[in-house]
Design a binder for this molecule. Structure first.
Ligand SMILES: Cc1cc2nc3c(=O)[nH]c(=O)nc-3n(C[C@H](O)[C@H](O)[C@H](O)COP(=O)(O)OP(=O)(O)OC[C@H]3O[C@@H](n4cnc5c(N)ncnc54)[C@H](O)[C@@H]3O)c2cc1C
Length: 511
């Protein structure tokens, strides 16, 4: 195959990008995967811990759990699509094609349980499921004769003509002195699978390349986005005993699923007073409660004394040991940006509002998560929608259109520019567009982000460095979040407080 004019261009190599590539290749398409990753850990998929939820003999209750966690905002049709296709996708791709060996006892799988799930239905490998899924997936694609994977290759912008997407401008990363080496790559269809937006916040569980590229590129090309206000904060990220670890890590919800409880600085358990499901309440509820208790008493710890922590979660025990944390004393935790429930609006086949542009995974808004994502449904969504988007993206001719390369004529970009502006962006998002939001703050944030984007745009008119485009993408994404938040009422992980936080959370009815 030629890698210059693929039938399908997939941007990103997490689970959604891999699934899209596989789905398209199985239809006979020549696929080019362009990924800015240089190693598996650059994709969030590699970091996934708790596992992948699957439908057992309980499709109705699985669907009800997803909708309840979503604060009633999930699209029932999308939820049904996920639940109906879960088992087949997992059996076909993860078990039969990739041979992933999920934990089991010989008689069957050791299905885990996590918060807001009414049953045990989560396949996992220890608490490091992501890497046991993604690495064989990448190896499978690298050996596939219809798939070419280009690492260290960032899509900077989409090539569009009269409402149709014809491929993308790719920075191959092999320019001189970090300068971009940009080329136009035309494709029959393009699938965005660029993951999350963690870099928009100062504290996130995501890898640092999660700069919202797919959402921003799609929005700039005119595609619709939806539910951007729903940014999920995970309640239990390790933060260091002073609350400021340089190397935070996620403590999987599976730990609470197996009996871990949250205690404040006075050693008191507080979740039973907040929600009837206590530590197993939906994520957004637990995250807000943890933030409040940290503010009120100074600290929250995850007490794992009822568990055989080292035996049940050896990977997490190793991370604790690495940071000098003794789990017997409780693990200091705080909420941290974790997942974007919204994104580029897509239908059940991953089609966006632009012709020949598809999206899957965390950058896409399928409607499955509504206002709050249920644990361990993201890998599944990436797998199911990735396959469907990849299949649907085939069958289009590659058309060459006029595609002027981005200009690169201004040598006067200060090297620290992107870094300084990124810090400004993160401070704005942390302060004004975080776990709880105030309408006046949101307006302040929007105005400041507009100014920041204006400054960045002045440079992208004449410069094409990858870092600058990532900064532009983060600005566009942050603006979409702030604007959607100021235009939407509270639901799930978008909580408007306008000065008055509430402490009692309503339990969510299972529809
Ligand atoms: C610590 C942690 C634990 C988690 N645990 C779980 C779990 O147990 N179960 C679960 O279901 N979910 C979990 N999640 C969420 C889940 O891992 C992610 O939502 C999911 O993996 C996203 O997959 P993706 O393919 O959409 O994106 P990613 O896996 O992030 O992949 C995005 C890819 O796009 C590339 N990319 C980005 N921009 C560009 C660009 N401009 N050009 C080219 N390439 C680009 C990146 O390099 C990367 O390869 C967890 C998340 C975190 C952070």
């Amino acid at each position: 195959m030629t890698d210059e004019k693929p039938d399908v261009l997939v941007v990103g190599s997490g689970i959604a990008g891999c699934a899209a590539a596989l789905g398209a290749a199985r239809e006979g398409a020549d696929v080019l995967v362009a990924t800015k990753a240089t190693k598996p850990e650059d994709a969030t998929s590699d970091w996934a811990q708790g596992g992948i939820a699957v439908t057992r003999d309980d499709p109705a209750s699985f669907a009800a759990d997803i909708r309840a966690a979503s604060d009633g905002e999930a699209d029932p049709e999308s939820v049904d699509t996920l639940v109906a296709n879960a088992r087949e996708a997992v059996d076909d791709v993860l078990l039969d094609t990739l041979g992933v060996e999920f934990d089991g006892d010989g008689d069957g799988y050791d299905f885990g349980r996590e918060a807001a799930h009414s049953a045990r239905r989560i396949l996992h490998v220890d608490a490091s499921t992501g890497r046991h899924v993604l690495r064989p997936f990448l190896a499978h694609l690298q050996a596939h004769d219809r798939v070419t994977v280009l690492e260290d290759t960032a899509a900077l912008d989409l090539i569009t003509h009269e409402g149709r997407v014809h491929g993308a401008y790719l920075d191959r990363g092999d320019g001189i002195d970090g300068e971009a080496a940009v080329e136009s790559v035309f494709a029959g269809a393009t699938v965005l699978a660029t993951g999350g937006i963690g870099a928009c916040y100062g504290r996130s569980t995501n890898p640092e390349g999660a700069t919202g590229d797919g959402v921003a590129m799609a929005a700039l090309a005119g595609a619709e986005t939806a539910d951007m206000q729903y940014v999920q904060f995970h309640p239990t990220a390790y933060v260091g005993s002073d609350g400021e670890s340089d190397e935070p890590f996620l403590v999987s919800e599976a730990v609470r699923g197996e009996g871990g409880v949250l205690v404040n600085a006075d050693g008191e358990r507080f979740m039973p007073g907040v929600h009837p499901d206590a530590e197993l309440a939906p994520r957004d509820v637990v995250a807000r409660a943890v933030a409040r208790e940290r503010e009120r008493t100074g600290e929250v710890r995850l007490d794992v004394s009822k568990l055989d922590f080292a035996a049940e979660f050896p990977d997490l025990a190793a991370l604790c040991a690495d940071r000098g944390v003794d789990p017997a004393e409780g693990i200091p935790v705080a909420p941290s940006e974790h997942f974007l429930c919204g994104g580029v609006a897509v239908d059940g086949r991953g089609r966006t509002s632009l012709d020949r542009l598809f999206a899957a995974g965390e950058c896409a808004r399928t409607g499955v998560h509504g206002a709050n994502r249920l644990a361990s449904t993201s890998l599944l969504e990436g797998l199911v929608w990735g396959l469907r988007a990849g299949e649907a993206a085939t069958g289009h001719e590659v058309e060459r259109v006029e595609a002027p390369l981005p200009r690169d004529s201004d040598p006067a970009l200060p090297p620290s520019f992107a870094e300084t502006k990124f810090r400004r962006l993160q401070t704005l998002m942390d302060e004004y567009v975080g776990l709880e939001r105030d309408s006046a703050d949101l307006q302040r944030a929007t105005a400041a982000l507009m100014r920041l984007k204006g400054e960045v745009d002045a440079y992208t008119r004449t410069r094409t460095s990858r870092g600058l485009y990532e900064l532009r993408n983060a600005c566009v994404t942050a603006l979409l979040v702030a604007r959607a938040a100021s235009e939407s009422p509270s639901a799930g992980c978008h909580r408007l407080v306008d000065g008055e936080g509430d402490t009692q959370e309503e339990p969510r009815a299972r529809p």
